[in-house]
Design a protein around this ligand. Structure first.
Ligand SMILES: Cc1cc2nc3c(=O)[nH]c(=O)nc-3n(C[C@H](O)[C@H](O)[C@H](O)COP(=O)(O)O)c2cc1C
Length: 245
């Protein structure tokens, strides 16, 4: 119902509401933006006189789970924002905890980086349906628990459901699975999902760029993750063969 309402209203309105909480619903105004839009809002749709939507911005679902590496998800959101990609963010309860524990960001600030944000228990969100078009999904960081949920198709939260939808619709799913060392259970889950079309992208740093800071390692990793969606951040050095020393 949410999706139907969203798609119908999107045809007639310029919708660019930035955030949706678990309890809120979509709303839009023909002439003005919603009161809870921030000044950072960007227009999502334009419509023709006969109400057909024009080309939309690229749209990516970003899911953050409770594996260590919350900063990776945050930097992905910041990069997508710079590239004017529409983001739909899902944050699990334990991702909130790791954001607070590992970074200087408040969870609310992280949500503000996205165009739309949902709690993981909001199974009525648009990204819960395949009829809501997206260009893919990245789970970053991805916990072993969420990996297992997605592998089995056990859609107990919005992260697993949205990923399940991505797979059934044959869209792109990138999973930044973070654990070490890996058991056969982890590896089997990753192999199974790879065979289903997902891309396993553990956050393994490259050292050939001689990174001089953790920030450099994060930037390179994030850029390579977004390469998977044919999005070029343009802010890291690509391998062009060995240079003379
Ligand atoms: C500080 C911290 C770091 C964690 N790091 C990892 C990790 O790297 N990988 C992992 O699979 N789980 C990790 N966990 C455990 C997950 O948070 C836990 O399994 C949780 O149930 C995941 O749920 P979610 O996938 O719904 O976020 C960590 C937990 C905490 C508190």
């Amino acid at each position: 119902m949410y999706t139907l309402f969203y798609e119908q209203t999107a045809m007639f309105c310029s919708v660019s509401k930035r955030r949706i909480s678990s309890s809120s619903s979509y709303s839009c105004s023909l002439m003005s933006r919603t009161s809870f839009e921030s000044s950072k809002s960007r227009r999502t749709y334009a419509s023709t006189p006969d109400h057909r939507p024009l080309a939309r911005r690229k749209r990516i679902i970003v899911a953050m789970t409770g594996a260590t590496g919350a900063i990776l998800g945050i930097k992905v959101l910041e990069a997508l924002r710079r590239m004017n990609v529409e983001t739909h963010l899902i944050v699990s309860k334990w991702a909130d905890a790791t954001i607070k524990y590992e970074t200087d960001y408040a969870p609310a600030t992280v949500r503000e980086l996205a165009d739309f944000a949902y709690t993981a228990n909001n199974l009525a969100a648009p990204v819960s349906s395949g009829s809501f078009h997206t260009d893919g999904m990245i789970v970053v960081p991805c916990s072993i628990k969420s990996l297992a949920g997605i592998r089995t198709g056990y859609c107990s939260d919005l992260i697993a459901r949205a990923a399940d939808v991505i797979l059934k619709e044959r869209r792109k799913l990138v999973m930044v699975v973070r654990e070490t060392p890996l058991s056969d259970i982890h590896l089997e889950n990753m192999l199974s999902l790879t065979r289903s079309g997902a891309i396993m992208f553990p956050p393994v740093p490259a050292f050939y760029t001689r990174p001089d800071s953790v920030d450099g390692i994060i930037q390179q990793s994030v850029s390579r993750m977004l390469d998977m969606f044919d999005l070029d951040t343009g802010d890291f050095e690509r391998w062009e063969g060995m240079k003379q020393k």
